[in-house]
Design a protein around this ligand. Structure first.
Ligand code: G3P
Length: 216
């Protein structure tokens, strides 16, 4: 399973990209608003940092306006994937973008049927929101499992992005249930690397080595 960072904060992208673990980035209008970044400003700053796909989301409601926004967003880079909402207008736009050779990521997916519709419309990525489902008493990772089973059974190539990740366990479960990608907030990425036994083990190695007075 590939790891994407779900953020619009340039410093977070810089730090996690330096670990060499990032395969892509996703953003949404809320994340950009929170970071106080306009899209051109954001894209200019992360130019050389992101190698893989980078999702930017449209905000329009009609397909006509979504298409205009999508073409503009795609103008910021060849690796830009257009995030579209799972609405009739979003599906329509997805098909049109496919014809133009522009990749799309259908977002706000909360059911297997929505994922099927996204794939049928030509989506390259579908983004089930596991955290928001769990928040509402549903089973986010059960949804990943259902979509995986259906996509495998019918040879559907669209990639499943586990989104709305809230904690490190969500990432493990997304991987176990067959997501192709997990898009992970910075704070969760930092928790994924941390383990008290790693810290303790490192301290002990250092202490033993220093006490030995040997050299490398
Ligand atoms: O990738 C979608 C994600 O940003 C939504 O996360 O935490 O707002 O549900 P959240």
């Amino acid at each position: 399973m590939k790891l994407f960072l779900d953020t619009a904060v340039v410093e977070e992208i810089r730090e996690i990209a330096s670990w060499g673990v990032l395969s892509g980035i996703t953003t949404n209008p809320s994340l950009l608003a929170k970071a106080g970044r306009s899209v051109p400003d954001f894209m200019r700053e992360i130019d050389s940092l992101v190698k893989g796909p980078l999702s930017l989301e449209v905000t329009a409601e009609s397909s006509e306006e979504m298409l205009k926004e999508a073409r503009k967003l795609r103008g910021y880079g060849e690796n830009v994937v257009i995030k579209l909402p799972l609405t009739p207008e979003g599906l329509k736009t997805c098909g049109q973008l496919k014809e133009e050779g522009i990749s799309s990521n259908l977002t706000l997916v909360f059911s297997a049927n929505q994922a099927l519709l996204a794939a049928a419309a030509g989506a390259d990525y579908v983004s089930p929101f596991i955290g928001r489902l769990n928040d509402n008493g549903a089973d986010g990772n059960g949804l990943i499992r259902e979509i995986r089973t259906i996509f495998d059974r019918y040879g559907i190539a669209a990639k499943i992005i586990a989104a709305s990740i809230r904690d490190p366990r969500n990432v493990t479960e997304a991987a176990l249930n067959g997501a192709d990608i997990a898009t992970i907030p910075y704070a969760v990425m930092k928790k994924m690397i941390a383990h008290p036994l790693t810290v303790d083990g490192l301290r002990k190695f250092k202490e033993d080595w220093e006490n030995s007075r040997l050299s490398l």
